[in-house]
Design a binder for this molecule. Structure first.
Ligand SMILES: *Cc1c(COP(=O)(O)O)cnc(C)c1O
Length: 405
């Protein structure tokens, strides 16, 4: 900054809307899977900015793409298309089931587009009565009013006045509830193939197959929210590729820009045709700067080297967590897939995930929580093995502090 200001955490409470409770330290720079704060204290990053910085901090290819495009063309609006957007859309289409791409800037916006498209598709094809969206308890789809309403956490959706209607929530992985709920009125079933914010809960293969089967039977669309599980996180480019089913609409964000805001909704040509000129849009969506970076991320992540590396690192994480647990007995289970893992706190530590997060920060480690009972790990997909080892050593110290307190 050109004007020297003495910026502190205390100022957050003075000048920011109090909808977050950020931790006491303020990081100022990062490199790979290490981050440094204002006092130059170093942290190992097992959080990845909530599954976003998939190639770590300041990856040279991403910095290069940012600088190159930054000196060429930042923004046009969708009155004109641009080369980085065309290139990234082509890569996404070539790599997935999808034939068409809509760009947005955040996960919530991609999901908002998906929900509106699913409703429009049903109205156009089957009439206005086919409007029901089936969604799942504990699901997280973003913070716009439609997406929090489809999400399964009342704390995020209630208290804002009348909600979007015709949304039914049922328990995740519950085949009986699904069979009892899907009907001719259902226009879409929306889910995360691996629930993230809800506590790192793997979609059961039989449940996912039933979702597809019932959606087909009742002419409903399957919408996969892969905002967190996508872009290599599970060891497949998209988590659906590791399941037996293919969705009709898929949303991707978080890691797609490796730290630069970008999101996309992917679908088939037939479904996409129900968004006509003017039906939906975004000022920044498909912005050349964001797409240039998305291209660089895609080129690196969608390679056997990185995707196989995720599976190798998953094993290192599981081994590390299990060996800490053998000593300290804090987790009842480690679940998730690839580098989206959750250590489920056992009975004795219920409700205390944030204490573990803060103890980790004290010991130079950034981790995440997923609710009050799960410690979440979503590091860079290319985190060096020595950083995993060092992070595990710091985690062990943090856990020892809590267990021995
Ligand atoms: C983070 C997340 C979102 C919301 O993304 P934003 O970019 O914060 O709008 C939506 N769905 C899932 C599964 C997420 O993890």
């Amino acid at each position: 900054m050109s004007v020297k200001m003495n910026l502190t955490r205390a100022q957050f409470d003075e000048v920011m809307v109090p909808n977050y409770a950020p931790s006491p330290v303020i990081p100022v720079r990062g490199q790979g899977s290490r981050v440094w704060d204002q006092q130059d204290k170093e942290y190992v990053d097992f959080a990845g900015g909530i599954a976003v910085t998939c190639l770590g901090h300041c990856h040279p290819a991403l910095v290069g793409a940012l600088k190159e495009q930054g000196e060429k063309l930042w923004h046009l609006s969708n009155v004109m298309t641009n080369e980085p957007a065309l290139a990234l859309a082509t890569k996404l289409v070539n790599a997935t089931f999808a034939e068409k791409v809509y760009f947005a800037n955040s996960g919530a916006e991609a999901n908002e587009a998906a929900l509106k498209l699913a409703r429009r598709y049903a109205v156009d094809n089957y009439g206005p009565e086919k409007d029901e969206i089936i969604a799942f308890d504990k699901a997280f789809h973003g913070r716009t009013f439609f997406t929090v309403s489809v999400g399964g956490q009342a704390a995020y959706s209630d208290g804002f006045g009348p909600k979007p209607q015709a949304i039914t929530h049922i328990p995740y992985n519950d085949i009986d509830a699904l069979e009892a709920t899907v009907s001719e009125k259902t226009c879409a079933i929306m889910l995360e193939p691996l629930q993230g914010e809800g506590g790192i809960i793997n979609g059961d293969p039989a449940f996912l197959r039933k979702v597809r089967e019932l959606a087909d039977k009742y002419n409903a669309l399957v919408v996969f929210d892969e905002v967190q599980s996508g872009m290599g996180r599970t060891g497949d480019l998209y988590a659906y590729m590791g399941t037996d089913i293919v969705p009709d609409i898929l949303t991707t964000a978080k890691a797609l820009g490796g730290g630069f805001p970008i999101a996309a909704m992917l679908t088939t040509t037939e479904i996409a045709s129900h968004f006509k000129v003017g039906t939906h849009g975004s000022t920044y969506g498909g912005n050349p700067l964001a797409c240039a970076i998305g291209n660089a991320v895609m080129d690196i992540v969608n390679t056997p080297e990185v995707l196989d590396g995720v599976k190798r690192r998953e094993q290192l994480f599981r081994d590390g967590l299990n060996s800490i647990n053998d000593k300290y007995h804090v987790f009842s289970q480690v679940r998730g897939k690839g580098l989206l893992l959750g250590g489920v706190l056992n009975e004795k530590y219920q409700g205390r995930s944030r204490d573990f997060l803060l103890a980790a920060i004290d010991n130079g480690l950034m981790v995440l929580v997923a609710g009050a009972n799960v410690l979440r790990f979503a590091p860079s997909l290319i985190i060096p093995e020595e950083d995993i080892a060092e992070g595990m050593a710091r985690l062990e110290k943090a856990i020892a502090q809590i267990v021995e307190a």
